[in-house]
Design a binder for this molecule. Structure first.
Ligand code: ZN
Length: 743
């Protein structure tokens, strides 16, 4: 169901000449505003006045612009701050905050006081930022199981087409390249930890590391035109700010925010250091907020209250945007896309659902921008009702089994549901909401609908699949409000587990399964707890129970597949991988795991087929590529293996395994010179018995016996092998050679 790229509207781009004209026009107005100083100039003409004049000129030249000036060659830096709730930032009125860099940016640029995200979930929200579309259109409804279709046009793609250098520096797994947001980026750095084959929702890295990666790239690329996305994830759970922030804040969330603020500042400082700040648009935006206990919601994704919807949102471009500008009208994250294009004088693609905020910055428009809002997380994870709503600045309506209506001017905390009292307002908003859903739904149902074939494949594996509920139906689904205690208990159990109180956590998870057997997270967390404790059979049983109860839960099948491999149930692992692929044929873990299982079962052609599919999704996954090349090499496809190793060498020039395996593979093809060269390099990086052995053998074959024996001896003294045939063979060879030379 690939969608065609939206056609560009025939809107003429603002030319450089027009931009110049505009900036020329602005000057007289600027003078007028400072006319008192001009009067002084007329009265006195002495040296002190000259000083005043010089100061005045500086003021004119350096003072922040008061108008918007479009410019087509600006660099763009978008910094997204994950899980940063607006009212926990200094410039949004929180006096315990330590966010000097965000405050300064807001002060020097344009701050939107009232910005709402369209879904309080990382992947859906970022998809809206980068496509300018609502979730019913881009179809990303939750983290983990959705993929942004290649047919959508992203901001990065537009800038890449324009010839910009495009790069993204990612803080955590929910926006990993496999979920499709990498479209249009020349570089998408989402390596969170070294040596991580299976990334999980725990895969993340600190702002400091994200920044370091950005810095490295930037120092090599700042002279080109660039479009950059920096993603800082730190304010997300668990709240564990590094020192000294840990000690300095009583609330660790505030500590994470302060730490993140520091690295926002580092980006700005780097742009300044390299003198590109004046030619760069900086956009800083939160992807969603955090419950922090409001409405009993600890994190985000379950409800649609302001705590998780309102985010900090600011624009800064020293020469092109006004400073000290605060805008109170409600705006949305889908407006980032058209605003950036508008400021750069580019045409806004037809079909973009956001609106340019430039008229707001120019003071020409003030009306609140109505927003559609949703969360499908309750449905995806718990089989509770998905929530959808509409917020028009003052009034918010949430469509749920028990509908909600709030007057946010009278009741900013959203404590008083006035749905019953204001049925007329509610039904008007409900109609508007239905209209938005109809207008913005991209044809297909938002729920993953299984094809008949997929359904049959799953049923053949023994799973019973319910018929999928259609969009908008709430019957049979619990209202998340009524289930908040289940969610709360889960969070408590997670906290216990994190603090090392596993037994208590285990009991709570078990109780959760009894109380709410339709909630996948209980099984997932309990299974994960068992896996960590090496209780493989218990983990297997829990995942098995979970997949029986919830056959459409990919994470549960994933857990069962991995555990099955660990306890040697290979066929079952393969079945689970197939079950996952029936639900999502791009699911990396299933492809990669199936490849390895087939390899263990010595069905290498199948192994290669699955590993190839996995490589297509994660082309830079080092451990996967090493596996893939190893399987190719042992299947008589040495040439292809050598290709993979050579590609790996470019990205990881210091990994001894690549040279070692490459050396062995060359040895097997008879290219002894290349074999020797690579094995020597491997030994230089890290000496291993395996490399010593293979180097010795290769040298012997080229007739360099003396050198060969030296390495074979090194093999004998370093190998952990017991009395193996290989070892005996080498011992005999060395003894024989010594006898010959002594003679
Ligand atoms: Zn997020």
């Amino acid at each position: 169901m690939a969608k065609k790229k939206r056609k560009k509207r025939k809107k003429k781009a603002v030319t450089a000449a027009q931009v110049k004209k505009e900036s020329f026009k602005e000057k007289p107005e600027a003078k007028e505003k400072t006319s008192p100083k001009r009067q002084i100039k007329l009265v006195l003409f002495t040296i002190p006045v000259l000083v005043v004049l010089v100061g005045f000129l500086f003021f004119i030249l350096l003072r922040p612009k008061s108008k918007v000036q479009r410019a087509e060659n600006l660099n763009v830096v978008i910094i997204t701050l994950d899980t940063l709730r607006a009212d926990r930032v200094g410039c949004y009125g929180y006096d315990k905050a330590r966010t000097p860099r965000l405050d300064e940016l807001a002060e020097m640029g344009v701050k939107f006081e009232n910005a709402v995200c369209q879904a309080p979930l990382t992947l859906p929200s970022h998809a809206s930022i980068f496509t300018g579309l609502y979730p019913p259109s881009h179809q990303i409804r939750d983290n983990g199981a959705y993929y942004l279709d290649q047919g959508f046009q992203t901001l990065a793609e537009i800038f890449k087409e324009k010839g910009y250098n495009t790069a993204a520096f990612i803080g955590a797994f929910p926006v990993d390249s496999r979920f499709g947001l990498d479209q249009g980026f020349d570089l998408y750095d989402d390596e969170f930890k070294e040596e991580e084959k299976f990334k999980t929702f725990d895969s993340e890295r600190r702002a400091g590391d994200v920044y370091k990666s950005f810095q490295e790239w930037f120092l090599e690329n700042f002279q080109s035109q660039f479009f950059v996305w920096v993603h800082y994830y730190d304010p997300h759970l668990p709240y564990e700010p590094p020192s000294p922030y840990r000690e300095q804040f009583s609330d660790p969330y505030d500590g994470e925010v302060a730490y993140t603020d520091f690295y926002v500042g580092e980006v700005i400082d780097l742009l300044e250091d390299k003198n590109v700040i004046d030619n760069t648009l900086v956009v800083v935006v939160g992807d969603h907020g955090e419950g922090l206990g409001d409405h009993k919601e600890i994190d985000h994704g379950l409800f649609l209250y302001n705590s998780t919807l309102k985010v900090p949102f600011m624009f800064y471009a020293s020469q092109n945007l006004p400073a000290h500008k605060v805008i109170t009208s409600q705006v949305r994250l889908i407006d980032v896309f058209p605003t950036v294009l508008d400021l750069l004088g580019m045409s806004i693609s037809e079909g973009v659902q956001g609106e340019s905020l430039i008229p707001y910055m120019e003071g020409k428009r003030k009306a609140d921008l109505v927003s559609y809002i949703e969360t499908f997380h309750p449905r995806e994870m718990f089989r509770w009702a998905a929530l959808r709503g509409i917020v028009d600045g003052r009034m918010k309506y949430i469509d749920a089994p028990k509908p909600e209506l709030y007057d946010m001017e009278m009741d900013p905390e959203e404590d008083h549901n006035i749905y019953q009292e204001e049925r007329l307002v509610a039904s008007r908003l409900k109609r508007d909401l239905d209209g938005l859903i109809e207008k913005y739904s991209s044809g297909t149902s938002s729920r993953r609908v299984l094809s008949t074939e997929e359904r049959e494949r799953l049923m053949a594996l023994g799973y019973v699949i319910d018929s999928s509920p259609s969009e908008g139906e709430f019957s049979d689904f619990a209202d998340p409000k009524d289930k908040i205690d289940v969610w709360y208990t889960l969070q408590v159990a997670r906290g216990l587990q994190r603090r090392g109180e596993e037994e208590k956590a285990e009991k709570l998870y078990q109780k959760g399964i009894e109380l709410d057997p339709d909630c996948s997270l209980h099984y997932l967390f309990l299974g994960g707890l068992y896996l960590k404790a090496d209780k493989l059979q218990e983990a297997y049983d829990v995942f098995k129970m979970g997949t029986r109860a919830l056959p459409e839960s990919i994470p549960l099948h994933d857990g069962l597949a991995k555990t099955s491999v660990q306890i040697g149930k290979y066929q079952e692992a393969l079945n689970e991988c197939e079950a996952i692929l029936a639900l999502n044929d791009r699911y990396f873990n299933a492809l990669s795991l199936a490849g390895l299982v087939y390899n263990r079962l010595e069905e290498n052609e199948k192994a290669i087929e699955y590993l190839q599919r996995a490589v297509r999704i994660e082309p830079e996954n080092k451990l996967l590529l090493l596996d893939y090349a190893r399987v190719l090499a042992t299947s008589g496809r040495a040439e292809e293996a050598i290709d993979v190793y050579n590609r790996l060498k470019v990205h990881y020039p210091k990994d001894f395994r690549i040279y070692q395996n490459l050396g062995i593979t060359y040895g097997n093809t008879g290219d002894l010179d290349k074999s020797i060269e690579n094995l020597k390099k491997a030994i230089e990086l890290r000496p291993t018995a395996l490399a010593f052995f293979n180097l010795g053998v290769a040298l012997e074959k080229t007739g360099r016996i003396e050198e060969a024996v030296r390495y074979l001896k090194a093999y004998l003294s370093s190998t952990p092998e017991g009395d193996t045939a290989r070892k005996r063979m080498v011992q005999e060879k060395v003894a024989q050679w010594e006898k010959e030379t002594n003679r």
